[in-house]
Design a protein around this ligand. Structure first.
Ligand code: UDP
Length: 315
C-alpha cells in the first residue's frame, strides 16, 4: 500500500510512519516543519520506502497515486496553537481540504486525526462519541477546537457527497518519546522540570483531570480504526483518569526527582475533566490500551534524559 501522512515530522505522524513502514507499506510524508522536527525522521534517512516532501498542505499538492491518506498535520499543543492561531485554523480547513482532494483524486481511503478538544470543557463524563461538546467558539482555544470541528464536518461532507471512504479518530492526550520538550504540554513540562530539578508547574489547584495514553497504544488504536469500516468518530485514548496533581506526583516517582510542586494560574477555558469512553473502539476492532501512566513514563524517561543532555550541550 502507498500511504501519505501529513504532519509526518510531528510526534504522532512520525510514530505512525514507523508503524506503517514496519508493516511493509510505502510512506510519503508531508510536513512544513512549523512544529514538527526532522530529528523525528532522521532514522528513516536510508529507508527506500520513505519519501519526505517539505510542503505546507494549505497549498494544493500532488503525491501521485496513493491508497491511503492519513491527515495528521496541525499544531497540537496549547502553546503551539496559541502561537500559530491563524495557521492552525488554515491547516484545519484549507489543509484538510487539500488532503481530502488527494484521496478523492485517487479513490484512496482517508483517516483524519481529530481530537478530544471537539468536546471542549465537557459536561458529559466520560465522553462518548455522540456527545456534541461544550466549546467556546471565540476563546483562545477556539483556533484549535473549531479547526478540528470544521475538519470533522468537511471529512463527513466528502464522505456523504463524494462517497469518500473516510475515518475520524478523536485522539485523547497522548505522550511518549518525540514529544517536543518545550511544547508546554503537561507531560513534557513535568518530565523536563523534574529532570532539571526545577519546580513542577501545576496550573490551578491541579484537580482538573486528563487521561493519558502511551504512544504505542494510541498508534495501535489508530491502525485498528484505519482497517475498520467505521465512518463516524471513534475515541482512541486511555480511559484511566488522573488529576494533574497526581500526574505530577507520578512524574516525581518515575524520575526520582526531589523537585517541588508549585501552583501557577489556570489557563483560560482549560477543560476541567477529560476521559474517553472507549467502548466503541473495543466493540468495533477489539482495541484497548495496555500501558498505564507510570509504565509509559518509564518508557519515556530515556528520551527526556536525552533532551536534557542536548539542552546542556546547546548552552
Ligand atoms: N498543565 C499543568 N502544568 C503544565 C502544563 C499543563 O498543570 O506545566 C495542565 C493544563 O492546565 C491542563 C493539563 O495539564 O489542565 C493538560 O494540559 P496540556 O497542555 O498537556 O494539554 P490539554 O489537555 O489541555 O490540551
Amino acid at each position: 500500500m502507498i500511504t501519505v501522512i501529513t504532519g509526518v515530522a510531528g510526534f504522532l505522524g512520525s510514530h505512525l510512519a514507523d508503524a506503517l513502514l514496519a508493516q511493509g507499506h510505502f510512506v510519503i510524508g508531508v510536513d512544513n516543519l512549523c512544529t514538527g522536527s526532522l530529528a523525528n525522521l532522521s532514522h528513516l534517512a536510508n529507508e527506500p520506502r520513505f519519501n519526505f516532501i517539505e510542503h505546507d498542505i494549505c497549498n494544493p499538492f500532488d503525491t501521485g497515486r496513493v491508497d491511503y491518506v492519513f491527515n495528521f498535520a496541525s499544531p497540537a499543543s496549547p502553546v503551539d496553537y496559541a502561537r500559530l492561531g491563524v495557521e492552525t485554523l488554515m491547516v484545519g480547513s484549507a489543509g484538510t481540504r487539500n488532503a481530502l482532494e488527494i484521496a478523492r483524486r485517487f479513490g484512496a481511503k482517508f483517516l483524519h486525526a481529530s481530537t478530544s478538544e471537539c468536546y471542549g470543557d465537557p459536561l458529559v463524563h466520560p465522553q462518548t462519541e455522540d456527545y456534541w461538546g461544550n466549546v467556546n467558539p471565540i476563546g483562545p482555544r477556539s483556533v484549535y477546537d473549531e479547526a478540528k470541528r470544521f475538519s470533522e464536518a468537511l471529512v463527513m461532507a466528502y464522505h456523504r457527497y463524494y462517497g469518500l471512504d473516510t475515518r475520524l479518530v478523536r485522539i485523547f492526550n497522548t505522550y511518549g518519546p518525540r514529544l517536543q520538550k518545550n511544547d508546554g504540554r503537561v507531560i513534557s513540562n513535568f518530565m523536563m522540570q523534574a529532570l532539571r530539578g526545577e519546580d513542577l508547574t501545576v496550573y490551578g489547584e491541579g484537580k482538573q483531570t486528563r487521561s493519558f495514553c502511551y504512544v504505542s497504544d494510541e498508534i495501535e488504536g489508530i491502525l485498528g480504526l484505519s482497517r475498520s469500516g467505521e465512518h463516524l468518530p471513534v475515541n482512541i485514548g486511555n480511559p484511566t483518569e488522573w488529576t494533574i496533581l497526581d500526574c505530577a506526583h507520578a512524574v516525581l516517582r518515575v524520575t526520582g526527582s526531589s523537585s517541588r510542586i508549585v501552583h501557577n494560574p489556570l489557563p483560560v477555558d482549560d477543560p476541567m475533566q477529560r476521559r474517553p469512553d472507549i467502548s466503541k473502539a473495543r466493540r468495533l476492532f477489539g482495541w484497548e490500551p495496555k500501558i498505564d501512566l507510570e509504565a509509559g513514563l518509564k518508557l519515556s524517561l530515556d528520551y527526556f534524559k536525552k533532551c536534557l543532555e542536548e539542552e546542556r550541550h546547546e548552552k
